[in-house]
Design a protein around this ligand. Structure first.
Ligand SMILES: [Zn+2]
Length: 225
């Protein structure tokens, strides 16, 4: 059954939210893993709660390692009373869906990347605390934030909304691509310890013109595996 949303006049209409996380590769490099719809899945097998919220695939490297790559999107829901947007509910459903992949015996090399929409990241509000539970839960599967972050010798991100005196955020999102709006880092790579050890680089697109193409800035990373 297709999703629905409640329109301003109270009626239910077919959803306008069709999400499409994706993994792009040259032909045959990535072997996709396709989840079943949640209501059809065999217990303990791979399901998805929100169609298109994540994409998963495996890369077999020349050295014989398997790297599992996951593109993950933080779908925001909106509170009916206050209108506040919050992504952690759908992200926690996604983490539950991805748990059988995170816990495989062959999951030494797992990369998660995407726009998590965790706006309140460390901003000191209760909404920020709820958002941080996503990072805490991913860390329980060995998935810690890899970056991209600023180098220690770079000045901190001007007007970063986070309260961290040692803030190393890079800007990856500018609302409506308008430089007058506050910068946010919403896009991250997270990786398992063995993959983090193999990191060669992790950076944000150095092209200063990036807001002309999108309100999100591309992030990149490279590994030797
Ligand atoms: Zn910051």
């Amino acid at each position: 059954m297709p999703g629905r949303y409640r329109a301003a006049n109270g009626s239910l209409k077919p959803t306008r939210r069709h999400f499409a996380s994706a993994i792009a590769s040259r032909e045959g490099l990535v072997v996709p893993r396709d989840p079943s719809a949640l209501h059809e899945v065999v217990d303990g097998e791979f399901a998805r709660s929100h169609p298109g919220q994540f994409a998963v695939g495996d890369i077999q490297t020349d050295r014989g390692a398997r790297v599992t790559v996951i593109s993950l999107y933080g779908i925001c829901d909106r509170m009916l009373d206050s209108g506040t947007m919050y992504p952690e509910a759908t992200l926690h459903r996604a983490i539950s869906d991805l748990t059988p992949i995170f816990q495989e015996r062959a999951s030494d090399y797992v990369l998660v990347a995407g726009d998590l929409n965790l706006y309140s990241y460390s901003d000191g509000t209760i909404w920020g605390r709820r958002g941080m539970t996503v990072f805490e839960r991913l860390a329980a599967y060995g998935l810690d934030v890899l970056g991209p972050f600023r180098r220690p010798d770079e000045p901190r991100l001007e007007r970063c909304p986070c309260p961290d005196v040692d803030c190393r955020h890079v800007i990856t999102f500018l609302y409506q691509s308008n430089p007058k709006n506050r910068p946010h880092q919403l896009d991250f790579f997270l990786a398992t310890p063995r993959l983090r050890d193999r990191r060669r680089e992790c950076w944000a697109d150095p092209d200063l013109e990036w807001p002309q193409h999108s309100d999100h800035r591309p992030i990149l990373t490279a590994f030797d595996v």
